[in-house]
Write a protein that binds this ligand. Structure first.
Ligand SMILES: Nc1ncnc2c1ncn2[C@@H]1O[C@H](COP(=O)(O)OP(=O)(O)O)[C@@H](O)[C@H]1O
Ligand SMILES: [Mg+2]
Length: 380
């Protein structure tokens, strides 16, 4: 028997018949029109004015750590530390007092653990007593903002460096040439030595400038890349450089498919990261307990900058060294930033550039005894 829809509910939604004609919702059946919301990284619930969930997307389900069936059985308000505020807002939006409303709330998760701070956005769904409630983890939001800022910063830095490098390079040839001519003219050994100093310093600057310009010059040679081949090459190089006292473990997920990319660039990127780890392990190498791990995993639904990818590979380089000095943490991807005596501060800048050319990113987590660099690259 067909019942009348609840008062004020339109009969159709996006062309499809309303699936919840009967007010008693069967929690086992998800209304089809919302299935697409499962692909969102933010938590979304479709809610009636009384707080009953008609739909909860996969992200919401997983944050709460409950099955969809249990989420749909309860009221949305149950999951908030301050249920009244949420109930009032949902009711106001459902009544059309406002078409949309935003506020900050605390999501209560079952089990131990602190409530999760979320930014809540309540929106009308068509005109009617149902609303869409979006919940964005505040931490996730700030992390994403920070990542976006970092990427902009990296881009601006690259341009600055390239321009600066060109400006230095141009007169450098002239200075060197003039010093050479001068060296042929001057009499006396001491004066000739001065010209030698000028030439040697000009050469040193030239080499630095060439290194700064290198990532912009290297041709991008695209082919099929097997990430484990990259790892093995890097492993061999690191072991050759640190033959004693360093254990390099492998933990590979061999199901990771090949992808299109520049193998040489990726080897260089991973090598820069792995070499840093080995250098950070100097003291442990001497003590005999230095350990590095190359690990590969598949990651799903990852956001890199502003883009979202269904599938990505995550290559982790872990070491049990002292960790990245706190003062350097915000800046290690910037060029010329180094915590090492004699370091160029270009290793991570280059690694980030090369990985970004594969639409990916390099990030890290670090504490004394455990530093993990993650190279994330989208897979087709
Ligand atoms: N795994 C690590 N553990 C500790 N510190 C690290 C690690 N990786 C990088 N760093 C720090 O980041 C700095 C920048 O690295 P990088 O850009 O490769 O430049 P460089 O190696 O020439 O100093 C290093 O000097 C070091 O202080
Ligand atoms: Mg380095």
């Amino acid at each position: 028997m067909r019942r009348a829809p609840p008062a004020g509910v339109k009969e159709t939604w996006g062309g499809a018949a309303f699936p919840w004609r009967t007010p008693a919702v069967n929690p086992a059946r998800q209304p089809e029109p919302f299935a697409a919301l499962d692909h969102l990284a933010t938590m979304v619930a479709v809610v009636q004015a009384d707080g009953h969930c008609l739909f909860a997307n996969a992200a919401f389900e997983s944050v709460l750590g409950l099955s969809r069936r249990s989420v749909l059985r309860g009221l949305l308000y149950d999951w908030f530390v301050d249920p009244v505020a949420v109930a009032d807002t949902v009711a106001a939006v459902a009544r059309n007092d406002y078409s949309t409303s935003r506020f900050e709330g605390l999501l209560r998760r079952p089990g131990p653990g602190d409530p999760l701070p979320v930014h809540v956005i309540v929106n009308q769904l068509e005109r009617g007593p149902t609303v869409v409630v979006e919940m964005v983890e505040i931490e996730q939001q700030t992390r994403q903002d920070r990542e976006e800022r970092l990427q902009d910063q990296v881009q601006a830095n690259k341009e600055l460096i390239r321009n600066l490098a060109h400006e230095i390079k141009n007169p450098l040839g002239g200075i060197r040439g003039a010093a050479q001519l001068l060296g042929m003219e001057v009499e006396g050994k001491a004066l000739a030595e001065y010209t030698q100093v000028i030439i040697a310093e000009a050469d040193r600057l030239q080499a630095l400038v060439d290194r700064l310009l290198a990532p912009h010059r290297l041709p991008h040679r695209v082919g099929d890349v097997n990430i484990h081949e990259v790892c093995e090459r890097v492993r061999a190089l690191v072991v050759a450089e640190f033959p004693r006292g360093l254990v390099v473990q492998r933990d590979y997920d061999i199901s990771i498919p090949e992808f299109r990319g520049d193998r040489e660039q990726l080897i260089q990127a991973v090598l820069n990261v792995a070499r840093n780890a080995a250098q950070a392990l100097q003291a442990s190498i001497a003590a005999g307990d230095a350990r590095m791990t190359l690990r590969t995993r598949v990651a799903r639904q990852v956001t890199i900058g502003k883009q979202r990818w269904r599938l990505a590979l995550e290559l982790q380089v872990e070491d049990n060294g002292p960790g990245i000095p706190r003062a350097l943490r915000d800046r290690i991807f910037y060029p010329l930033v180094s915590g090492r005596e004699g370091g160029s501060g270009l290793g991570l800048t280059l690694a980030q550039t090369f990985v970004q050319q594969h639409q990916g990113t390099v990030e890290f987590e670090s504490e004394p005894g455990k530093t993990v660099f993650k190279i994330v690259i989208p897979l087709p």
